[in-house]
Design a protein around this ligand. Structure first.
Ligand code: NAD
Ligand code: DAU
Length: 332
C-alpha cells in the first residue's frame, strides 16, 4: 500500500484531509504533528488505527523528520502557524515553523527523492480592492501583508528554489479561506458561532466590509488529492470555489442560522494591516486537472458548519475560554 506523510494532520485542514484520504483512497497515513495549541488529536480519533498513525514531533527537527520522509512515498505539508492575529503579537513561531520547518522537510525530501506537496495560502499575493473585477491567478506577483503571510510566501519561495536548483519533485497549492468541521475557535467563523452559542454577540473587525473567498475544507482536500495524483511537477495551482462574501454578510448568515436578530453583532478594533479582499481564479486547476468543488452554495455549507459546532461542543469547549481571554487582551 502507498504511504503518505501528512504534516499538521491534527490541525483543521490537515485532519479534514486525513478523513478525505481514508474515505477516498487506500493510503497508509502517518501524521506528523507537534500538537501545538491549534491541534486537536480528537479530530482523528474516529479513524481506523490500522490506516492512521500519529507521530508527535516538530517539523523543524531533522532527527524526527528524516526517517519519516525516508519511509514514505509522498509528503503533504500542512503544518504551520496559521493565524494572522497571533503573528501580529508574536511572529517568532511563524518564522520557526513556516520557514525553518519547511526547509527541514524539503531537505529531507531532496535527500530521499520523495514526492512533496506544499500547502499554501492565497494571502501570499496580498489583497485586492473591494469591487475590483480582478482575482488572483498563478501569475499574480507575491506581496504579503502580515508576518503570517510573509512567512508562508517565504516557504513557497524555498520550495520553488528547491524545485529549480535541486530538481525537487514538488507541487504547490495556494488556497483561499477554509471553513468546516474541526476548525479552531480562534478563526472567524467558529469564533462567531461559538460566541452566539455562549450568548455573546459576534465581533466584526473594523467595518466588517472585508471580503474573503470561502471554500469548504473537504473541497480543499479533494483539490490537493487531485494535484498529488495528476498535477505536473514544478507547478503551482490556485484552489478556490467562487465563495466571495463580506465578513458582515457571513455574520448575518450565522445569526440567521442561530435564530438571532440580524443586527446582533459588535464592531471592534480592526486588525493592523487588515487585507481588504481575497479572490481566487481557479481556472488552471479546473481546466488542467478537471477538478470541481462538491459543495455548491456557501450558505448550505455554512449551515452544516453551524450544526457541527452546535453538536460538538465537547470538541471546542476546552479551547474557548483561553481563546477569548487572548482576544480580550487585544481589545477584540
Ligand atoms: P491549523 O493551525 O489549524 O493547524 C496547523 C497544525 O500544524 C496544528 O495541528 C499544529 O499542531 C501543527 N504544527 C504547528 N507547528 C508545527 C511544527 N513545528 N511541527 C509539527 N506540527 C506543527 O492550520 P490550518 O488552518 O489547518 O492550515 C493548514 C495549512 O493550510 C497551513 O499551511 C496554512 O497556511 C494553509 N492554509 C490554510 C487556510 C485556512 O483557511 N485555514 C487556507 C489556505 C491555506
Ligand atoms: O486566505 C487564506 C487564509 O485564511 C489562511 O492562510 C489563514 O491560515 C486563515 O487563518 C485565513 O486567514 P484570515 O485572516 O482571512 O482568517 P480569519 O479567520 O482570522 O479572519 C477572517 C476574516 O474575519 C478577516 O477579514 C478578519 C475577520 N475577523 C476575524 C476574527 C477572528 C473578524 O471580523 N472578527 C473576528 O473575530
Amino acid at each position: 500500500m502507498r504511504k503518505i506523510l501528512v504534516t499538521g494532520g491534527a490541525g483543521f485542514i490537515g485532519s479534514n484531509f486525513v478523513h478525505h484520504l481514508i474515505l477516498n483512497t487506500d493510503y497508509l497515513v502517518t501524521v506528523l504533528d507537534k500538537l501545538t495549541y491549534a491541534a486537536n488529536p480528537r479530530s482523528l480519533e474516529s479513524l481506523p488505527h490500522n490506516r492512521v498513525r500519529l507521530v508527535v514531533g516538530d517539523i523543524c527537527d531533522a532527527a524526527v523528520v528524516d526517517p519519516l520522509v525516508a519511509e514514505t512515498d509522498i509528503v503533504v505539508h500542512f503544518a504551520a502557524e496559521s493565524h494572522n492575529d497571533n503573528s501580529l503579537h508574536d511572529p517568532r513561531p511563524f518564522l520557526d515553523t513556516n520557514i525553518v520547518g519547511t526547509y527541514t522537510l524539503i531537505e529531507a525530501a531532496r535527500r530521499y527523492s520523495t514526492r512533496f506537496h506544499h500547502v499554501s495560502t492565497d494571502e501570499v499575493y496580498g489583497d485586492l480592492e473591494l469591487g475590483d473585477p480582478q482575482r488572483f491567478t498563478e501569475d499574480t506577483p507575491y506581496n504579503p501583508s502580515s508576518p503570517y503571510s510573509s512567512t508562508k510566501a517565504g516557504s513557497d519561495l524555498l520550495v520553488k528554489a528547491w524545485i529549480r536548483s535541486f530538481g525537487l519533485q514538488a507541487t504547490i497549492s495556494n488556497c483561499s479561506n477554509n471553513y468546516g468541521p474541526y476548525q479552531h475557535v480562534e478563526k472567524f467563523i467558529p469564533r462567531q458561532i461559538t460566541n452566539i452559542l455562549d450568548g455573546v454577540r459576534p465581533k466584526l473587525y473594523g467595518s466588517g466590509a472585508n471580503v474573503r473567498d470561502w471554500i469548504h475544507a473537504d473541497d480543499h482536500s479533494s483539490a490537493v488529492l487531485r494535484i498529488i495524483e495528476r498535477g505536473r511537477i514544478g507547478e503551482t495551482y490556485l484552489i478556490g470555489a467562487d465563495g466571495e462574501m463580506s465578513n458582515r454578510d457571513v455574520v448575518s448568515l450565522i445569526l440567521k442560522a442561530l435564530d438571532q436578530p440580524k443586527d446582533a453583532f459588535d464592531l471592534v478594533a480592526d486588525r493592523p494591516g487588515h487585507d481588504l479582499r481575497y479572490a481566487i481564479d481557479s481556472s488552471k486547476l479546473r481546466a488542467e486537472l478537471e477538478w470541481v468543488p462538491a459543495y455548491g452554495r456557501f450558505e448550505e455549507g455554512l449551515e452544516a458548519a453551524v450544526e457541527w459546532y452546535r453538536s460538538n461542543e465537547d470538541w471546542w469547549r476546552p479551547q474557548k475560554q483561553a481563546t477569548e481571554a487572548k482576544y480580550q487582551e487585544q481589545g477584540q
